[in-house]
Write a protein that binds this ligand. Sequence first.
Ligand code: M6R
Length: 617
Amino acid sequence: MCGIVGYIGERDGQKLLLNGLKCLEYRGYDSSGMAIYLEKKKAISLRKLSGKVKNLEVLLEKKPLFGSLGIAHTRWATHGPPNQLNAHPHLDCKGEIALVHNGIIENYREIKQMLLKETHTFRSQTDTEVIVHLIEKFYYKDASLEEATRRAAKLLKGSFAIALFSDREPDKLIGARCGSPLIVGLGDKENFLASDVPAILDYTKKVIFLEENELVVLEKERVKITNFEGEIIKREPVNISWTKEEAQKQGFPHFMLKEILEQPQVLEKILEQRIKDSGIFFEELGSSSPVLLSKKLSQIKNIFIVACGTAYHAGLVGKYILESLCRIPVLAEVSSEFRYHSSFLIDKDTLVIAISQSGETADTLASVRQAKMQGAEVISICNVLGSTLTRESDAVIYTHAGPEISVASTKTYTAQLMILYLFALYLAVLKETLSKDRINDYLEMLKQIPPKQRQILSNLKIIREIARKHSHFGSFLYLGRNINYPSALEGALKLKEISYIPAEGYAAGEMKHGPIALIDEYRAVVCIIPESKLYDKMLSNIQEIKSRSGKVIAIASEEDRKIKELVSQVIYIPKIEELFSPLLVALPLQLMAYYIAVKRKCNVDQPRNLAKSVTVE
Ligand code: M6R
């Protein structure tokens, strides 16, 4: 959460940092700020205020900052309200060091008490401000800025990624990481720091990912990485394949719509990469990865899936897929629970699958560490190249969905599902739980998904109309059965996070155990009822809702006449084997949420109180 950009070079720092912040605003957007070293005055100058980066841009137009060394930040408040005082950067007492921070300093109270006794004065309510004062304390005891930062970093508990500079050493930009991501971008006579790749994609694609407890000193023509003990670390940069265009809106009104529409392409790419000559390929799990040899995979006794939010819903669908195709027990659990509870159930015969778009979700990372301590192998399914999760897992399966900017996950959800289907079929081959013919049939069905998704996306009008008609409802219930029970959970999450309408997902079979009491003419109920073995059961649920005046919106398979007679609002999806239906059902659910949020004039891509990656617990 929060976005950091830092620059040292010869360009217009203000322009570059502002541009970077705009690309990172999805990480936090309640206040922002910038500090630049003013060459002429040989001093730091600061601009910061509450609200979105746009406000900062307006302020900088009126009061520009000229210089080529600077740091900037967009905030997602944890300590202290999102006002100007609490916005980053923060300065030390003398105003000679400027610092921005992502993460949470857990021992900030103790440090603050100690510093207060030493006559430091604080301006904000943030945990961050103690860091810059702590560095100041060591800086004036003859340490260089690098050494002072290192000493301070060793005293901090919690998580942090920081970027800072001082007007006493204006040839250096310093960064450090512990628990929050930070990357270094390499340029020609210039170097960059950022919390995420999109911020620097305009200027360089050569990136070094900092590891835990590392500090970096950037000069115009030099980058030095050390650990917190001061030992030099050599690391080659990686080349980022994402293009800037992929990370831009390209004329769409919102990233979310663009990303929803990208799904057929994303899935096609995954299928092309994984299926060759009717075989399924996961090279990353093969002989190149000794810990996850096929032999070992075929012998695992149970699987734990850990994830949060939408990725957790993908994991729940994964449970249905893996259990039915591989005949293996699977437990899917939210990482925030797993990390404190279930890890004792794990041993060396357990496979843990961690799913995360960002690869930086704090609870998921903690779960992975916990599982590894218990001796389990961890495969991660992740979208962000080089993220912490990918570095800490035994093997990584990338979703390659391209950058997802909207806070609401859409294309990465179906990409995670597609990977799970293919992985389950791959495991079914190893465990010999399905015949070769059956596997080929399933692969053919998966290949039909992108064209079927295109069919849904070619007629947005009906979904938009239904969404508009229901946008005034005060609450929604989403019902599904079997493998579409997680789809119901995901539909409800999508709606609530971007439209702020209370929405609940339920297994339709649970209706009579409570939720039916909610049904009346003010309740919109989205019923997921594709062709399936439980179709008639779902139909009975719909009858029960209708007889209590609930407003049903059905998502059904094309040519379903029964549903048409019963329900006036139907969104049709192409016919598909029930097992694969979540890959189609997801699209109308995402679009419904999107159009309702647009109609209610909500900030679709940056919903209130949320951030794209949740790097704190
Ligand atoms: O980056 P991750 O996939 O680990 O993020 C997990 C959740 O925070 C995320 O899926 C969240 O629920 C989305 N905003 C939902 O659209």
